[in-house]
Design a protein around this ligand. Structure first.
Ligand SMILES: [Cu+2]
Length: 124
């Protein structure tokens, strides 16, 4: 038979172990349910020609952290449909968007100055 003092220590130790287990399980659940960390980040560099060439196809992995840089030969207004990213550009200037590709689909990257579709951005 354990003495009351020992039993108190035993119960205290079990409470500590239980709390530690809860912490570990919570950490595992958070790690498992977070953003898919296996998707590597992607950088896209687009240098628009004057006049612009044919529509490009840009493939992006779903879940990737994307850095998209666009350089336009003339002042323009770039718009990535769906993700609703817009920016005004100056001639020869590079704009940069950083976003998470969290919506699958095909999205037009468009010039609002010339209505040219520079690229179809395909997220899958
Ligand atoms: Cu547009």
């Amino acid at each position: 038979m354990r003495r009351p003092q020992e039993r108190g220590r035993f119960v205290g130790a079990m409470k500590f172990l239980f709390r530690a287990l809860v912490l570990v399980l919570t950490a595992l659940a958070l790690a498992g349910c977070g953003a898919p960390e296996s998707v590597p980040p992607q950088t896209v560099e687009l240098e628009i020609a004057d006049p612009p060439g044919p529509t490009q196809r840009i493939e992006i992995a779903l879940g990737a952290e994307v850095t998209m840089r666009i350089t336009t030969p003339t002042a323009d207004h770039a718009h990535l449909h769906g993700y609703e990213l817009e920016a005004t550009t100056e001639a020869g200037e590079t704009i940069e968007w950083v976003f998470t590709a969290d919506m699958a689909g095909s999205y037009e990257l468009e010039s609002h100055a010339t209505d040219t579709i520079w690229a179809d951005v395909v997220v899958s």
